[in-house]
Ligand binder design. Structure first.
Ligand SMILES: [Fe+2]
Ligand SMILES: [Fe+2]
Length: 194
């Protein structure tokens, strides 16, 4: 366990991932959701970083998050979800609520707009680095495993990059609490959709 998780949340995640890994049709719904979240993450970067602050590092982050969405959507399409809109995904709305809540909540924590991008990115990367390895350890789908391996190598670099961000005192704790609450709600909602 680490900051931002609880034994109950860890157990709920494990239980959800066990169900997903044991049901190929459900698993493709989950992969489609991950693809949606990667894309939304990519879009949030584009929307939250001003034109004058775009650097090579930001462009690399945008490109890599877009490639994660691409890899996962490719898996979902090969798994029978060809041409389907994310809008029609089983977990679509729950995923939106999580990301919108995080985006709005982190924005409301500080008037300094420059904190928005690293704040959201840091929270998301922390969660990704918890969830993806747990999921990779459970999936029986070789296509998924390969995609996750490629993605995780980049997420680890992103995680380390945002871990070095300079945040004001108390900011990290507030972001962690906010994200953990939204994540708990997401897990409960996802479970209700199984
Ligand atoms: Fe990603
Ligand atoms: Fe990332």
């Amino acid at each position: 366990m680490r900051d931002g998780t609880s034994a109950a949340a860890d157990a709920a995640l494990g239980e959800l991932l066990d169900r997903i890994a044991g049901d190929p049709a459900l698993e493709m719904e989950w992969v489609d959701l991950l693809s949606q979240l990667e894309y939304v993450g990519c879009r949030k970067i584009v929307k939250s970083v001003g034109f004058e602050r775009i650097s090579l590092e930001v462009l690399r982050h945008v490109a890599e998050e877009a490639s994660h969405a691409f890899l996962l959507k490719s898996v979902a399409e090969r798994g029978g979800r060809a041409g389907r809109s994310w809008r029609d995904g089983r977990f679509c709305e729950a995923g939106w609520r999580y990301f919108q809540g995080l985006d709005r909540g982190v924005s409301a924590l500080s008037e300094d707009a420059a904190l928005h991008y690293p704040g959201v990115a840091w929270a998301v990367e922390r969660r990704v680095l918890e969830v993806y390895p747990e999921y990779a350890a459970r999936t029986r789908n070789e296509d998924v495993r390969k995609a996750l391996k490629r993605i995780l190598a980049q997420e680890e670099r992103h995680g380390a990059q945002f871990e070095r961000s300079l945040f004001p005192p108390g900011y990290r704790e507030r972001v962690i609490a906010l994200e953990a609450d939204l994540w708990g709600r997401f897990l409960a909602e996802a479970r209700g959709l199984l």
